[in-house]
Design a binder for this molecule. Structure first.
Ligand code: URA
Ligand code: SF4
Length: 230
């Protein structure tokens, strides 16, 4: 019997040599390293690449693109993204300064409701398959400040024992960046059971981002011009 080709379960062989942002994004567009590409529309890679005002590099990592991100091909442009923008603004962080990406680059979903496809949680195998893209983004972008949004990003980058509920908003020791912080995912706030809970959770999220803003400002001029643009 002919041997079946082995199933590729990691994106690692697809990472270009001497990667740049453009090379990574182009290579990721054709990734089929795990089954998630089959039911999604496209790879949603991190962006933006420029920092029009200079300053420290800040990277925010979510879980995976949602329904709208999958349609538009851009991270955090749907309801979670709007809430994130609102919270970043309230915390005094300029979104144009921030590189936003996801742990998993294809949208995973399970059925539809009201014309929207419903998010499904990526498995450990899918997260592991996709992680080489995020690791390469981190190598290319070299953030001074890395913010994990929610447990998927935090556990993928900081270990499976990391608990956002216990360690949110506190700097964590990690080699990924000078300053690494985890907080909740904005979609958890959208799922709050009532308006009061939502407001409380949003305030706590903004507080965590304010702490990040203080850390960013603390880096101040030392981050400025410390790296060439990717
Ligand atoms: N949730 C995420 O984690 N990432 C997105 O890009 C959108 C929603
Ligand atoms: Fe590749 Fe990640 Fe998409 Fe899986 S989710 S096909 S590993 S880009």
């Amino acid at each position: 019997m002919p041997k079946r080709p082995s199933v590729q379960t990691t994106a690692a062989p697809l990472i270009p040599e001497s990667p740049t942002y453009d090379k990574l994004r182009d290579a990721a567009a054709g990734c089929r390293a795990c089954p998630l590409w089959e039911t999604a529309t496209r790879t949603v890679f991190g962006e933006p690449v420029g920092r029009p005002h200079g300053g420290p590099r800040v990277m925010l990592v979510g879980e995976q693109p949602g329904d709208q991100e999958d349609r538009e091909g851009r991270p955090f442009v749907g309801p979670s993204g709007r809430l994130l923008d609102e919270a970043l603004e309230a915390a005094g962080i300029d979104r144009s300064q921030v590189y936003v990406t996801n742990t998993v680059k294809h949208f995973k979903w399970k059925g539809e409701e009201g014309g929207r496809r419903l998010h499904a949680k990526p498995t450990t195998t899918e997260i592991r398959a996709c992680l080489p893209w995020l690791a390469a983004e981190l190598r290319v972008f070299r953030p001074d400040v890395l913010v994990c949004l929610g447990a998927t990003a935090a556990q993928a980058l900081l270990g499976k024992d990391f608990r956002v509920t216990r360690q949110r908003g506190e700097p964590v020791d990690s080699d990924w960046a000078r300053i690494v912080v985890a907080t909740v995912h904005p979609s958890s706030i959208l799922r709050a059971p009532d308006p009061e809970a939502r407001e409380r959770q949003l305030d706590a999220f903004i507080d965590d981002l304010r702490a990040v803003a203080r850390l960013i400002h603390g880096l101040g001029a030392s981050g400025e011009g410390a790296h060439a643009s990717p």
